[in-house]
Design a protein around this ligand. Structure first.
Ligand code: HEM
Length: 505
């Protein structure tokens, strides 16, 4: 008889135990977290779901796990919400609880650990930054002050296209000229400065710095080191690249723009504030914010205002080219209502179809389809589940606007829906909100720039359609509207080449 106990039953049950290990490790007694895939030690669900958590892949997971589900991505928790009622909870009813922003190793570099406004945690610093930015950027008075400048910049785009033979025959990549337009609009509002042309060296530097920043921050490439701290040393090169870029980028804004306004302010003794930066510098002189905050306000406007609005313009134009009937209906509205009168911000209200085109574009191709991620600083409840503290909470706003359960044939570009069955739906960030349509979010962390972005989008689309028949370039039947998603952006993969045939009134 052997001295040793018989271990064969243990070894026989070993495979079963190994199979159950993840459940044992992660099923905390009494925990009531949202459903989600079985999670494994160290990696959580990362190996199952991968890196590319774009709005469409999240819809697939929603169909499997429900309208609120939890992914464990290494040390990070991610909750995804895909239902209007739950979105209302996150953004409105529990807007304070879910009003923070998650951090990650790359955003920490690009915000210097939250010195900015867009990505900072909810609290006194965010409140102060949002207050300081509101007066010079986000009020009706600002729109009144700048609308003529916007129109002037857009009329230059129309004039350039009218004078460009290539644009009228072979077509041009319209994004390039619209990018110059938006940089000029935003830099004139910010600094009372503009770029002469696309070959202006300052314009080239500004666009390069911002697109590099977007590329590095929006990439999924660094997820592994963010999710799994033991892998972080492998990210050293990537993080150094981010640090180096951010240092040079902030110096670019400071040396070329902020310092110039600072000198002008000093010379004028602070009287006669002219552009947004003057108000911001006044807040600095009053001790409300620091010089670091000043530069991060500039940084945030560069990140939040320009590309988002540009993407929406690109999408709108591409869809109108692919839907000549919609383009024709819009042109008819513009000519019937305005005749020879130029399109201005003040007459946008008289153009319901134009507004419907803007809304339909933002519904079908929301530039920020997952909103900017939210986060709860403390443990919270959502849809009856416990949400662990510091969970990244994503609202899949794109799916709210494209779920066939809630919209009639949502895959179709049909602006008419906003004049017919969806005529009550507005792109609002306050007031009577429809939680199926949130291109700008809603509530405390909603987009304050809606007051600028919506008229800019409608104005340029209206001006182009009034003056040109926009068609695909010769030999092309349809504009390619394939999407490219980032951590939370939605862009067109191939920037469209469009031919602009001038219309004689
Ligand atoms: C935040 C969309 C243009 C400034 C946001 C958010 C979305 C959004 C979805 C996050 C909302 C949330 O987290 O709940 C858009 C779209 C735009 C646009 C679709 C253009 C079509 C602009 C413009 C500006 C701007 C032109 C500035 C002039 C901001 C700022 C925030 C923000 C500062 C951060 C708010 C905060 O965290 O408190 N935007 N935006 N955006 N947007 Fe916009």
């Amino acid at each position: 008889k052997s001295f040793f106990p018989d271990l064969s039953p243990f070894f026989l049950s070993l495979p079963l135990l190994l199979l159950l290990l993840p459940l044992v490790l992660f099923s905390v007694p009494g925990s009531n977290t949202p459903p989600g895939p079985v999670s494994f030690p160290i990696f959580g669900n990362w190996l199952q779901v991968g890196n590319d958590l774009n709005h469409r892949n999240l819809v697939d997971l929603t169909k499997k796990y429900g309208n609120v589900f939890l992914l464990r991505l290494g040390v990070r928790n991610l909750v995804v919400v895909s239902d209007p009622k739950l979105a209302a909870e996150v953004l409105h009813t529990q807007g304070v609880e879910f009003g923070s922003r998650p951090r990650n190793v790359v955003w920490d570099i690009f915000t210097d650990n939250g010195k900015d406004m867009v990505f900072t945690e909810y609290g006194d610093h965010w409140r102060k930054m949002r207050r300081v930015m509101t007066l010079p950027f986000f009020t009706n008075k600002v729109v009144q002050q700048y609308r003529e400048m916007w129109e002037e910049e857009m009329d230059m785009v129309v004039r350039d296209l009218r004078g460009d033979r290539v644009a009228q025959t072979e077509g041009v990549v319209v994004r390039r000229r619209l990018q110059l337009l938006l940089y000029n609009v935003m830099y004139r509002m910010m600094f009372d400065a503009r770029f002469e042309s696309m070959s202006d060296p300052l314009f080239q530097q500004a666009t390069w710095f911002n697109s590099e920043r977007s590329r590095l921050a929006q990439s999924f490439e660094y997820n592994y080191g963010d999710f799994i701290p033991i892998l972080r040393p492998f990210l050293r090169g990537y993080l150094n690249k981010c640090r180096d870029l951010q240092r040079r980028r902030l110096a670019f804004y400071n040396d070329n723009y902020v310092e110039k306004r600072r000198k002008l302010m000093a010379a004028r003794d602070g009287k006669r504030l002219r552009c947004a930066m003057d108000y911001i510098l006044e807040a600095e002189m009053n001790g409300e914010i620091t010089s670091d905050n000043v530069i991060y306000i500039v940084e945030n406007i560069n990140v939040a205002a320009i590309e988002t609005t540009l993407w929406s313009m690109e999408w709108a134009i591409a869809e109108l080219v692919n839907h000549p009937n919609a383009q024709q209906r819009l042109r008819k509205e513009l000519w019937d209502v305005l005749g020879d009168e130029p399109l201005t911000e003040t007459n946008l209200q008289r153009l319901p179809y134009l507004q419907a085109v803007a809304k339909e574009t933002l519904r079908l191709h929301s530039p920020i389809p997952l909103l900017v991620p939210h986060m709860n600083l403390e443990e919270a409840k959502l849809g009856g589940y416990d949400i662990p503290k510091r969970t990244k909470v994503i609202v899949n706003a794109w799916w709210l606007g494209n779920n066939p359960e809630w919209w009639h044939k949502p895959e179709e570009f049909r602006p008419e829906r906003f004049l017919d069955e969806e005529k009550e739906v507005e792109a609002l960030v306050g007031g009577k909100v429809d939680f199926r349509f949130l291109p700008f979010g809603v509530g405390r962390r909603s987009c304050p720039g809606i007051i600028v972005a919506l008229p800019l989008l409608s104005l340029i689309v209206g001006k182009l359609v009034k003056d040109f028949e926009m068609v695909p370039p010769p030999g092309v039947d349809e504009i390619d509207v394939t999407e490219k998603g980032g951590q939370f952006s939605l862009q067109i993969v191939n920037h469209s080449t469009i031919a602009f045939h001038p219309i004689s009134p």
